[in-house]
Design a protein around this ligand. Structure first.
Ligand SMILES: [Zn+2]
Length: 338
């Protein structure tokens, strides 16, 4: 009796496991899965020079919490006889190649590749950086399957200090794209600055925490939904924009809530919740009759506890007793509604 019970549990587990694999939208980008082991973080993350592993996570983890790291730095597992990393880098999900930079001198990301995915109604981008080599036959527009090897891990970067052998890692991001008009907007907003990467400039890609995505989908299995994950981000602040037609609305419809009054009277603007990294994670349409203020962008509220925890993007600022949109916050909303 006991044996049969054990057997059936085993089968149930395998079936469940099978469903996990089918349902998981995001695959680990290398064979390093130590994140899933209790206390495995040290084997998974690479910290910055002389700093603990936690500085290799996503978030306000650099420069005493005042600098954002928009991805995960994942430790290499395999090296050649010279100690160079040789881990295959794998597509996190089925998708399309949209960009690669094969001139390391043009970016602190060195050689990197960007894939576009459609997951749970969202257009999501994955980015893999510091690569030694991108697979030769990959072309822009080419389809890749989840888990396909797309590159070899490396140490490329244009920073003066470079990346040492012992810190070899892949920098991995999961991003949402703000606006395909970015190159034009950037040229107007910053006429003297160079933009070598078109719409694939880091300022136009807003990352979500891949560590939480990987852990949550492991925990929730088939119940995990990436749109819910983004919608449930903690709010840093809430803003009202007087704009009713901008690319984010078309690219991320699952993030838009309903408002019968605005549906009846016409949408004049959106009330938007931003998370600490500036991701517009919830948008509520507003009718003209609901918008009292004439300003193009209005800061409605700030979650001070969230700001204390994660201030590094400097989207808002407290002047005396009043919160205001900081320059970064204003630029983000300009780009969002451009
Ligand atoms: Zn990194």
């Amino acid at each position: 009796m006991k044996r049969i019970l054990c057997g059936s549990l085993l089968i149930a587990g395998l079936v469940l496991d099978g469903r996990f694999i089918l349902a998981q939208p995001c695959h680990f980008p290398t064979a390093n899965h130590a994140l899933l082991q209790p206390g495995g973080e040290e084997k998974f993350f690479v910290g910055t020079v002389g700093k603990p592993w936690a500085t290799g996570r996503f978030g306000c983890v650099r420069t005493d919490g005042w600098q954002m790291h928009e991805g995960l730095d994942i430790k290499c597992l395999q090296r050649d006889s010279g100690g160079e990393p040789i881990d295959p880098v794998l597509a996190t999900a089925e998708g399309t190649v949209v960009y690669f930079n094969a001139r390391p001198s043009l970016s602190n990301y060195g050689n990197y590749i960007v894939l576009r995915h459609h997951i749970d109604g969202l257009e999501i981008y994955s980015l893999y950086a510091h690569l030694k080599k991108i697979r030769d036959d990959l072309k822009i527009g080419q389809a890749v399957k989840s888990g396909d090897a797309i590159a070899t891990m490396g140490r490329t970067s244009n920073t003066r200090e470079g990346i040492s052998l012992d810190r070899a890692h892949v920098h991995f991001e999961l991003d949402l794209l703000v606006n395909e008009g970015f190159p034009r907007w950037y040229k107007n907003a910053f006429p003297t600055r160079r933009n070598d990467h078109g719409e694939w400039n880091g300022q136009n890609l807003l990352g979500v925490d891949p560590r939480l995505v990987l852990l949550e989908q492991h925990r929730q299995g088939t119940n995990f939904n990436l749109a819910n994950f983004v919608r449930n981000q903690a709010e840093l602040c809430r803003v009202l924009v007087r704009a009713s037609n901008f690319p984010w609305l078309k690219r991320y419809p699952p993030l838009i809530g309903r408002n019968p009054l605005a549906e009846k009277e016409g949408v004049a603007g959106y009330e938007i919740s931003l998370n600490y990294n500036g991701v517009p994670c919830r948008l509520i349409p507003r009718a003209a009759s609901e918008i009292k203020n004439k300003a193009r962008f209005q800061l409605l509220s700030v979650n001070a506890a969230e700001y204390r925890k994660n201030p590094c993007r400097r989207l808002v600022i407290k002047r005396g007793q009043r919160w205001a949109l900081a320059r970064n916050g204003n630029n983000l909303l300009e780009l969002l509604t451009y």
